[in-house]
Write a protein that binds this ligand. Structure first.
Ligand SMILES: Nc1ncnc2c1ncn2[C@@H]1O[C@H](COP(=O)(O)OP(=O)(O)O)[C@@H](O)[C@H]1O
Ligand SMILES: [Mg+2]
Length: 366
């Protein structure tokens, strides 16, 4: 549905020097899917989204929506934002304080040059308010809505134009944590029910994992990895991605050789067998990421077949309710392990560790 190729948008400082922006951004979003741009503050997410909306003028690339070219540097195409038929919701969703809920949502239709008839406006607006569960509050003053309701109103206002593509820039970040979790589910439901093709921008990794069909992780103006939430989490391509998406243990090692389909790696915590996704030569230095929940701890002998087996000493533990975080020392290296709270081993005692070779992720050097 949407395809973005080699999109580059550059900002310049007062003296004309390039300062930042987005570089060589490429991705495509199939119809009906939710695609997320995820990364730390300043990595170029908003720049990319505004370029797609037509609110920034890129310096290179192409942007296609369906079979319509909305931007091409080579062909000198720039469709103005109001003709792109995209709906947008920003972090600071400005609702109009002097209008009620209905009037706020109807506003974009009222402003249209070929304004639809009043009954048609009424039907469209009520359908959108119903989609975000605000239809029963249509007559309420917009300022009397809660934060979550205002956010839903901003979404309804974007939906009345029946956008081909929905662009959402950190739409939940002004809400408190509890409401954010709730709105996350509601947003996902609306997106799915209406089959809206959506680009979602966030710096919140759990939001991205929960909502997305696909995620592009950005760093310093560039996309560093694109994949499904599970791919990105389980198979981070670089140490930046592994570190940004959840917590992880980084372990450096030297390749010794192959054992069947697995790579044998000498590391500071001992020799590990690692699922080979590439075949670095013996002697090559590599870096591994192992998630805390993939260090299986047990008091008795580990029962997992084919796993790497190590032993360590519990240095510290933190009870977090549904999980128990352990710091385990192995050969002088301290690792984070996430275990079930039923595990009783005390600080200072020995513990067995089993690690699936498939969960030892080789990272690209960068
Ligand atoms: N209008 C602008 N002029 C100059 N620099 C800008 C402008 N907008 C953003 N930037 C810079 O471009 C980079 C990317 O910004 P942005 O896309 O807003 O990041 P994000 O949304 O990921 O936090 C940042 O370094 C930011 O300071
Ligand atoms: Mg931003």
């Amino acid at each position: 549905m949407l395809s973005v190729e080699k999109l580059t948008t550059i900002y310049r400082d007062g003296s004309g020097k390039q300062v930042a922006g987005a570089h060589d951004v490429e991705f495509s979003v199939p119809t009906g899917q939710l695609f997320t741009l995820l990364g730390p503050s300043g990595c170029g997410k908003t720049t990319t989204l505004r370029s797609i909306a037509g609110l920034e003028r890129p310096s290179a690339g192409t942007i296609r929506a369906g079979n319509r070219m909305v931007y091409s540097s080579d062909m000198n195409v720039f469709v103005p934002p109001n003709q792109r038929q995209f709906g947008m919701v920003f972090q600071s969703y400005a609702i109009w304080p002097h209008m009620n809920v209905f009037e706020n949502a109807a506003f974009p239709l009222q402003m249209r040059r070929n304004r639809p008839a009043a009954t048609e406006i009424r039907n469209k607006v009520m359908a959108c308010l119903e989609a975000v569960s605000l239809d029963h509050l249509a007559e309420r003053e917009a300022t009397k809505l809660s934060g979550g309701q205002q956010q839903r109103l901003a979404l309804a206002r974007a939906l009345v134009m029946e956008p081909q593509l929905l662009l959402l820039d950190e739409p939940l970040s002004n809400l408190d944590a509890k409401l954010r979790d709730k709105m996350r589910f509601e947003l996902k439901r609306t997106q799915r029910d209406l089959g809206l093709t959506t680009i979602y921008v966030t710096h919140d990794q759990s939001e991205a994992l929960a909502l997305s069909h696909e995620i592009a992780v950005m760093n310093q103006g560039r996309i560093v990895q694109i994949g499904s939430p599970r791919d990105i989490y389980e198979r981070p391509a670089t140490s930046f991605v592994a570190d940004f998406i959840g917590s992880t243990n980084f372990i450096d090692g030297t390749v010794r050789g192959m054992s069947g389909e697995e790579l044998v790696v000498d590391t500071s915590i001992g020799q590990l067998r690692v699922e080979a996704r590439s075949r670095p030569a013996p002697g090559a230095s590599i870096s591994l990421s192992i998630r805390p929940e993939d260090l299986h701890l047990s008091e008795g002998a580990p029962t997992e077949q084919g796993f790497n087996r190590l032993s360590g000493v519990v240095e510290a533990k933190v009870f977090l309710g549904e999980v128990l975080d352990f710091r385990v020392e192995i050969n002088g290296v301290s690792l984070l392990a996430r275990a079930h709270p039923s595990l009783r081993t005390h600080v200072g005692e020995g513990i067995n560790i089993a690690i699936d070779p498939a969960k030892c992720t080789m990272l690209a050097t960068q």
